[in-house]
Design a protein around this ligand. Structure first.
Ligand code: SF4
Ligand code: FES
Length: 364
């Protein structure tokens, strides 16, 4: 078997701690506590190993990565190693001096999440008082430090009617890119699916809004748009295929092919505290399990899209069928596709139940 090409990027999940409690959180249902997190020396070593492996980009993420006191040191190390660094943050813990320190340490880019364009709704969704006002401030500090800014807003039935205003907010804040990604339903988001699932009419209206904004804002704002799988005919190429382009390192050092992979039971993910990163990437059983096309059952095995979408999302297949090797139900060739679509239609037709917030220690 030929060795896999090196991954392009590593998601460094520094912590699962987070001041927000979003109902669509994509971290695993069992969160790691601070006392289990890897220390600074181990993360510095991982950054070196990632560079040796050929990784070009590191995304510092969480939870909320700014709760880590060593973030500046890690950013500095990434810059020394020539890694392109991106900070994925909710922003609410940053002040202007901290933004400046990150810039001076060599940070290349910030991705700031927003819950909505209206403060009341945004704070209700994130479960964090005064969060929206703080984020607006942080966005201005980021731009004042001359850091490129992407704004990302997870979309769902409770904020879709504000999509135009959210896009205008991104323009006004000087973002270069806007990620309009409908919530994907695994991890904690699955627990809140009824509270978040849009109707088909809402989805169609959002798509029209995005297309119009793309035309209007050409050269001003790039808009990435991810539709909800439940209404799709074909699945997305999740992570560009299992363990093909990206890897995730969790706060305790487990190496995953995607942020949600621990939701699949029966896979044992190797730890970078016990085995070199390059070995894990090339040879770990869990990463090899769904890499490429050899693992595919029919209809994927003989489908001409098998090297386009790589069979869709393994985490979603597991969440909806109990079998991670099944065809992603987002695909209309899957026997589960109609059931998935009907589920979306019936849940979105009901009045939304209250959110179940994400807290360390909360059970699904
Ligand atoms: Fe993708 Fe498999 Fe569906 Fe073909 S059958 S489109 S490879 S998920
Ligand atoms: Fe894990 Fe799609 S989120 S494979």
């Amino acid at each position: 078997m030929t060795a896999p090409a090196p991954p392009l990027a590593m998601l460094a999940e520094l912590t699962h701690r987070c001041p927000l409690q979003c109902p669509y959180c994509s971290n695993p249902r069992e969160l790691e506590r601070a006392s289990n997190e890897m220390d600074t020396a181990k993360w510095l070593d991982i950054l070196e190993q990632a560079t040796d492996l050929g990784i070009l980009q590191v995304h510092f993420s969480g939870g909320e990565p700014t709760v880590r006191k060593d973030l500046v040191v890690l950013v500095e190390k990434a810059a020394q190693l020539g890694l392109y660094s991106n900070l994925i943050t909710a922003g609410v813990l940053l002040d202007q001096a901290a933004v400046r320190r990150l810039f001076d340490a060599g940070l290349d880019h910030v991705q700031l999440s927003f819950q909505d364009s209206e403060a009341g709704s945004a704070d209700l969704i994130g479960g964090f008082k005064d969060g929206h006002r703080r984020k607006l401030e942080v966005a201005r500090w980021i731009r004042a430090a001359d850091l490129p800014l992407t704004i990302n807003a997870p979309l769902h039935r409770r904020n879709l009617s504000h999509l135009d205003a959210i896009i205008e907010m991104a323009v006004e804040l000087g973002a270069e890119r806007f990620e309009a990604a409908h919530v994907q339903y695994y991890g904690w988001a699955l627990r809140n699916r009824g509270a978040l699932m849009p109707t088909r009419a809402q989805l169609e209206a959002a798509t029209v809004t995005v297309e119009a904004a793309r035309a209007r804002l050409k050269g001003v704002l790039v808009i990435d748009y991810v539709v909800p799988d439940y209404y799709a005919r074909r699945p997305k190429a999740c992570m560009g295929g299992w363990a093909r382009q990206f890897l995730n390192v969790t706060p305790v050092g487990k190496v995953l092919p995607c942020h949600a992979a621990e939701s699949i039971t029966g896979l044992d993910f190797d730890r970078v505290t016990e085995r070199p990163l390059a070995d894990i990437w090339q040879d770990s059983e869990a990463l090899r399990r769904f890499r490429g096309t050899d693992w595919m059952p029919e209809p994927c095995r003989s489908c001409d899209r098998r090297e386009i979408d790589w069979g869709g999302c393994r985490c979603q297949a597991f969440a909806l069928t109990g079998d991670a090797a099944a065809t992603d139900p987002a695909c209309e060739k899957s026997p589960e596709h109609l059931a998935m679509f009907s589920l979306a239609e019936s849940e979105s037709a009901q009045p939304p139940p209250p959110f179940v917030y994400r807290r360390i220690g909360a059970k699904a």
